[in-house]
Design a protein around this ligand. Structure first.
Ligand code: ATR
Length: 280
């Protein structure tokens, strides 16, 4: 089975080793390669891959929005996120899917975090945050507040969702029970059960400029970033007496959900995560 991950940069992607580990576990032969592609090159590189009998791909920064256009059909998750991280060749056509948000939810469950009825603060309103909203609503969180450096961007994202929800048939109206709100970073102060950093600030060794009041009674924080050392956000959360996890588990969980789409196999994520962490 021929698989690949497309992105730019791509050299440091951990996806090949994660999927190789899944394949060994489930007794499959896969070839999973990294393919470097700029937005301009993506279409041609993907066509080459498909012509060479590629049947599944992951897509990462900065190609997730472009990948929407390569998909004959989109899953609800890809539609909601307006981004594709998984391409699946099925019944002669390419399907676009997104496993990022469900990967995060799976990892939060692994940490024993109950989402139903929880008050969740999501910091950031870029691509990473966008993919999380649908799965959080499906998990029936009580309140999802999106705080972003640019408050307007967060407000626009929520307005887009309100519009989408208002257009839904009432059979799906359970999502209305989630209070969805947005604002700038100053709006992040409150009582949160879970605080999630979905900004790209860790890449520059920074953290979003929220104050300690944000974590007043918060028991658990999550940073979608990860690295050899705890990120700036993780250090800050720890200093404020909050248990905190990095995003390595989300990386493995979203990969497992992609792998399942391609193969129908459900891999054991914990052993792969432990081994990946020991090699960070
Ligand atoms: P990604 O795909 O990682 O989400 P993105 O779409 O470029 O990347 O979005 C980056 C997000 O991180 C944005 O929410 C950005 O805030 P702005 O919209 O105000 O730019 C946020 N971000 C990046 N660096 C940050 C920092 N140092 N402090 C706070 N927010 C930051």
């Amino acid at each position: 089975m021929k698989l690949a991950v497309f992105g730019s940069p791509i050299a440091h992607s951990r996806s090949p080793e994660i999927h190789q580990a899944f394949a060994e576990q489930t007794g499959r032969e896969i070839q999973y390669e990294r393919i470097l592609a700029s937005p301009e090159e993506f279409s041609e590189r993907f066509a080459q891959f498909a012509a060479a009998e590629g049947v599944g791909a992951n897509v990462t920064v900065p190609l997730k929005e472009l990948a929407l256009g390569f998909s004959k059909r989109l899953s609800p998750r890809a539609e909601q996120a307006q981004a594709v991280n998984t391409l699946i060749f099925r019944d002669g056509e390419w399907l676009g899917h997104n496993t990022d948000g469900d990967g995060l939810v799976a990892d939060l469950f692994r940490f024993g975090q109950a989402l139903r009825g929880a008050r969740v603060l999501l910091i950031g309103a870029g691509g990473a945050a966008r993919g999380v909203i649908g799965p959080m609503l499906d998990a029936e969180v009580a309140h999802l507040h999106i705080a972003n450096r640019s408050g307007t961007k967060a407000e626009n994202l929520v307005a887009e969702w309100q519009q989408r929800l208002a257009g839904q048939h009432h059979a799906q109206a359970k999502v209305f029970f989630t209070l969805l709100s947005a604002g700038d970073l100053a709006s992040a102060n409150g009582q949160w059960d879970i605080v999630i950093n979905a900004t790209s600030s860790s890449l520059t060794d920074e953290r979003p400029a929220v104050t300690e009041a944000t974590l007043a009674n918060t028991p658990f924080c999550y940073d979608m970033g990860y690295g050899k050392q705890p990120t700036a956000f993780m250090q800050w959360a720890k200093a404020n007496h909050c248990a905190v996890a990095d995003g390595l588990g989300m990386l493995v969980e979203q990969a497992a959900l992609s792998y399942f789409q391609w193969t129908g196999d459900i891999p054991d994520t914990q052993v792969v995560l432990d081994s990946l962490r020991s090699r960070l």
